[in-house]
Design a protein around this ligand. Structure first.
Ligand SMILES: [Ca+2]
Length: 329
């Protein structure tokens, strides 16, 4: 090649008046020289072609470069977009993975929710059953309430009947009490009549028996005891009056005696002897304990002052006294 370059002079290029010339490094030949025009046409054509090629190449470069650069820029942009999309796809993939885990958890929760829904459904069915039962009970209660209302309406009338019944009951009790009292009175009358028929006399809740035979004081007391009584005691002026009037003018033993020749007087039926109150019933001057042997008392006079002390062995009529006791008769 170097040898070829050394042998072939450098060519120069110029454009003169629409004529393109190619010549060696030496100064260019003067125009209009007939010697230069003699170079072979082939070389000139080649040079022209080459020049055209170079020009075309330059023009192409000038034309294509911006397009290529733009294309490259677009490619870069597309590549960046692609990279971004790839990144997005990667992000989406990771998100999908995370969402998949979330979906699984959500699936479990959905199952749990389904189980809860089933449970709630069964509870709702039970509640429906309970509500039906409650409705049935409400209907029964309503019917019962209607019955109660009907009864309530009858209450005033029943109250009036009850008041009447109460008043009647009060009357019945009064009648019953009256009847009981009447029964007691009848029994009392019957008892008294029975005792009177046996020779007893009745005075202020006591029966008195006036004997028809004479006895000593002791024998008389024994007789009275055999008939559930004692020789009589005297505890009031009215009783004294009843006794002496019934006895008439006849002497009767009464139940007053002494514990001894010098003892105190006492009633044989255990009635307490009131010495002071009894002073008014003695005959004036009595008791004189004549012969120091008068230790029993009798009813001697037909007056309030009628008592006399006499010998207990003397024989006189006597008076027995028996309190009226409905339980004993
Ligand atoms: Ca006397």
């Amino acid at each position: 090649m170097k040898a070829a370059e050394s042998e072939v002079p450098d060519a120069h290029f110029t454009v003169d008046k629409q004529n393109i010339s190619l010549w060696p490094r030496e100064p260019p030949p003067k125009t209009g020289s007939p010697l230069v025009l003699r170079k072979p046409c082939t070389v000139r054509a080649v040079v022209i072609v080459l020049t055209l090629v170079v020009l075309a190449s330059v023009l192409l470069q000038a034309i294509l470069y911006p397009w290529v650069m733009g294309a490259l820029s677009d490619i870069k942009t597309n590549a960046q977009l692609l990279k971004g999309r790839v990144d997005n796809v990667s992000t989406l993939s990771s998100e999908i993975k995370r969402n998949r885990g979330g979906m699984e958890a959500a699936g479990i929760q959905v199952q749990m929710v389904n189980a809860s829904l089933d449970h709630m459904h069964s509870q709702i069915q039970r509640l429906e059953t309970d509500v039906k039962k409650a409705n049935a009970q409400i209907q029964m209660l309503t019917k019962s309430w209607e019955k109660v209302n009907n009864l309530n309406a009858q209450i005033p009338e029943l109250q009036r009947d009850l008041d009447k019944a109460s008043a009647l009951n009060t009357k019945v009790r009064a009648l019953q009490s009256s009847l009981e009292n009447t029964g007691k009175l009848l029994k009392r009358q019957s008892d008294i009549l029975q005792m009177i028929s046996q020779g007893w006399k009745y005075f202020k809740e006591n029966f008195y028996y006036f004997s028809r035979v004479s006895k000593t004081w002791y024998s008389a007391q024994q007789f009275c005891k055999s008939r559930d009584s004692h020789l009589t005691s005297v505890t009031s002026e009215s009783e004294q009056e009843f006794l002496y009037k019934t006895a008439g003018e006849l002497v009767h033993w009464i139940g007053l005696t002494k514990t001894g020749s010098e003892g105190d007087w006492y009633w044989v039926d255990d009635t307490p002897f009131d010495k002071v109150q009894s002073m008014r019933f003695w005959i004036p001057g009595e008791p004189n304990n004549a012969g120091n042997s008068e230790h029993c008392a009798n009813l001697k006079m037909s007056s309030l002052q009628s008592w006399n002390d006499a010998s207990c062995d003397s024989h006189f009529l006597f008076i027995c006294k028996r309190p009226y006791n409905p339980q004993e008769l």
